[in-house]
Every structure is written in structure tokens, then in C-alpha cells.
Design a protein around this ligand. Structure first.
Ligand SMILES: Nc1ncnc2c1ncn2[C@@H]1O[C@H](COP(=O)(O)OP(=O)(O)OP(=O)(O)O)[C@@H](O)[C@H]1O
Length: 373
């Protein structure tokens, strides 16, 4: 799958742009704050429906406008997905695919696939558990349509159960409603945990291989699911449900005091070790970046296994931060999958990529100009 055309209107600092991309490699060069990340972000937005920068939809609209449009044409052989998303100030976004409106925005996710590696990807290692859960949710939603459904359901159950817990404090009689919400929480929560355990097992193995290769065999990466139910890796669904049930049963008093649900996948995390040590606390910046790179690159393999097609790879200003081993590892991908790279540094980058079939663009203050080689 590749992006053939990109059209933006009133998107962040772009007034209006229309560009045709190369099937393989595209390089966007420009100084700081010219719009390079905005451009990559718009492609991600067209695939996932929201930004990878924790931005609200409203931020995607040029600050003095009240509407923006992202229109991206994805092509896979004869299959075309022309995605158009309109963002409005003060009302919900509207999505069309090949001219037909989508009822729910969740229907967009998984139709096309993108993978992004940016300076923020390091937060996968050093950021909070929220960021790792978000990573799991985005990745699993792209490849497993049922996961997205379960996640939406679980979040609704969680809100209802938390409301009930708050009510019990004022009115202990409402406790009789609790078993039904516990059952919903445990059933849907365990389904989510099963998906995540399986995903982490797969991505953990792939990322370990990649990490070993790019670190020249000196580092072993372990990425495993860390549930707040305790040690559940390797257990079957019924055993996990049983543990979940016991934890919930024992924690009711504390839950009432804290006014929230204290067990479940909404509080889980990923444990990332390098050579057996927690990478969050013991690894260097370079090691953390390599671990993040390995996890992101492993996503490409998983998407290929699931979809029988490669995703579009978005690399935001990351090549200059990597050493030659890591750079070469990334560049190898550009032969098989469409890659869109941004950079402030043209000489070094163009030197490494000089043999490749590519398009080069120059980004300046929200304007884009293709450079002819
Ligand atoms: N909603 C918006 N309306 C108008 N301008 C915006 C909006 N959001 C961001 N910008 C502007 O876009 C510019 C930044 O673009 P971007 O983050 O893509 O930079 P960049 O070219 O990737 O730079 P760097 O190399 O520093 O990462 C900034 O000048 C910012 O003020």
C-alpha cells in the first residue's frame, strides 16, 4: 500500500497543498518549524483518525480558520482508498471514503496502515504507562477490528462501574448492582488482555531479533506484558478471569475509598528490559532509541503478516540521531515499503540515499516545492 496523493486545506500551518508522492521514497527537507511534522502527521491522521502527537482535533485546524481538510489517496494494486476527513471547530469530524460517509470514525481504523517513528517514539520506553497502553491500543486496533470494539465497550463499562462505586458510598444499597458490572468488566477486560498478551508475545520476539541485529548482537531486548493482576503471562483465559475476579472481590473497600476501579487492563503496562535491566531506568538514550526503533520496526512485520501488505512508513526527523548501523537498518526498508522522511539536514541524508529512486520536496513556511534532481 502506498500514498499516491496528499491534499491539505487549512491544516495547521498549511493553507492549501496538493502533492503527488513517489511510490517508494519521499524526502521532505526544511528548517525547523516549517511544517514537516505537520505533513507526516496529516498522513497518520488520514489512517488512524487522530494525531500521533496527543493533539486535539481542533489543533489540526489553522488557528484563524474554523475548518480543515485532509485528503489522502492510498493505493494497493487496483484497490483505492480515497480518504477525506473534515475537521470543524466546535463539532465532530466527518469522514468519507471514496465519497461515502462513514457512520463511525472507528470504521476508518485498519483500512489503511501506517507506522511512525519520530523523536517522541522514545516515550514508548521512557514515558508513562499511558503512552505504552496507547501504543498497544493503536497497533491492535489497526490489525484486529474486534479489539477496537472491545476497547470502546470496556471504556464504557469502566465509566459505569466507577459511577456505581461512587454511589455505593452514599447509598450502600446500590451495591447489589455490582456483580453485573464486575462480570462485564472481567469478561471484556480479559478479552482485551488476551489480545495484548498475544500481540506482545509476537512483537516481543520480532523486536528482540531486530534489536539484536542493530546492536550488533550485544543487546537482548525483552518486551513483555505487565498486568496489574500479577503474573499472568502464559496462563489461559479462564485462569486469568479467575485471578481478575479474586482481585476485584478483595479490593472493593479500597475501590470505594479511591472511587475508582483498581484492577483491569486500563492500568496495565509493558515491561521493557535490555540485557535483563529495566530500560526505563538503566538504559542510555541511544539504547532507549534503539529499543523504540526495534518495536516500531517489528510492527511493520506484524502488519505484513496480518494484512499481507506493508504499511506506509513515516520517519520524522530521526535519521540524524541514529548511528550508521541503525540508519542503514532503516534505509533497507525503503526498498520494499513506501517511506516518507522529514529532515532538516539535506547533505548527509541525500548522500546516503543518493542511489534510491525518490522524490525530494522542500518545505518552507507551509509551502512545498518539489526539487528536481
Ligand atoms: N493549528 C495551527 N495553526 C497554525 N499553525 C500551526 C498550527 N499548529 C502548528 N502550527 C505551526 O506549524 C509549525 C510547526 O510545524 P512542524 O511541527 O511541522 O515543524 P517541523 O518543520 O517539523 O519543524 P522541526 O524540524 O522543528 O520539528 C509551527 O510554526 C507551528 O506554530
Amino acid at each position: 500500500m502506498h500514498v499516491e496523493r496528499l491534499h491539505l486545506k487549512n491544516y495547521r500551518n498549511f493553507n492549501e497543498i496538493d502533492i503527488d508522492l513517489n511510490r517508494k521514497l519521499n524526502i521532505f527537507i526544511g528548517n525547523n518549524a516549517q511544517g514537516k511534522t505537520n505533513l507526516l502527521e496529516s498522513i497518520f491522521v488520514s489512517s488512524i483518525g487522530k494525531s500521533f502527537r496527543f493533539s486535539k482535533d481542533e489543533n489540526l485546524i489553522t488557528s484563524d480558520q474554523d475548518h480543515s481538510r485532509v485528503n489522502v489517496k492510498f493505493v494497493r494494486e487496483s484497490d483505492v482508498k480515497d480518504i477525506e476527513i473534515d475537521f470543524f471547530k466546535g463539532s465532530k469530524k466527518k469522514i468519507k471514503i471514496n465519497g461515502l460517509s462513514l457512520e463511525k470514525y472507528s470504521e476508518l481504523v485498519g483500512l489503511t496502515n501506517v507506522v511512525v517513528f519520530s523523536p517522541d517514539s522514545i516515550n514508548l520506553i521512557k514515558g508513562s504507562p499511558v503512552e505504552r497502553r496507547r501504543y498497544l491500543n493503536v497497533e491492535l486496533s489497526q490489525i484486529k477490528p474486534n479489539y477496537k470494539y472491545l476497547l470502546t465497550r470496556y471504556n464504557k463499562i469502566l465509566i459505569q462501574r466507577n459511577n456505581l462505586i461512587k454511589k455505593i458510598l452514599e447509598n450502600p444499597k446500590s451495591k447489589k448492582m455490582l456483580p453485573i458490572w464486575n462480570e462485564h468488566l472481567i469478561n471484556t477486560g480479559t478479552d482485551i488482555i488476551m489480545y495484548r498478551l498475544d500481540y506482545l508475545k509476537r512483537i516481543g520476539m520480532l523486536a528482540r531479533k531486530i534489536h539484536e541485529e542493530i546492536s550488533g548482537g550485544t543487546e537482548i531486548l525483552d518486551a513483555t506484558y505487565k498486568s496489574n493482576l500479577g503474573k499472568i503471562n502464559g496462563l489461559g483465559k479462564d485462569d486469568i478471569k479467575e485471578i481478575f475476579y479474586r482481585k476485584i472481590e478483595k479490593s472493593l473497600e479500597r475501590e470505594i475509598m479511591r472511587k475508582s476501579t483498581l484492577y483491569g487492563p486500563h492500568l496495565d503496562d509493558i515491561e521493557i528490559l535490555i540485557n535483563g535491566m529495566d530500560s526505563k531506568f538503566y538504559s542510555s538514550q541511544g539504547q532507549k532509541r534503539t529499543a523504540a526503533l526495534s518495536l516500531v520496526m517489528a510492527e511493520i512485520d506484524i502488519i505484513y503478516e496480518e494484512k499481507d501488505d506493508y504499511p506506509v512508513l513515516l520517519l520524522d526527523d530521526v535519521l540524524s540521531e541514529l548511528d550508521n548501523n541503525r540508519k542503514n537498518y532503516l534505509i533497507r526498508f525503503t526498498d520494499k515499503i513506501q517511506t516518507i522522511i522529514t529532515s532538516t539536514d539535506d547533505t548527509d541524508l541525500l548522500n546516503i540515499l543518493r542511489e534510491k529512486n525518490k522524490k525530494i520536496f522542500y518545505v518552507e513556511n507551509g509551502n512545498i516545492k518539489q526539487i528536481m534532481e
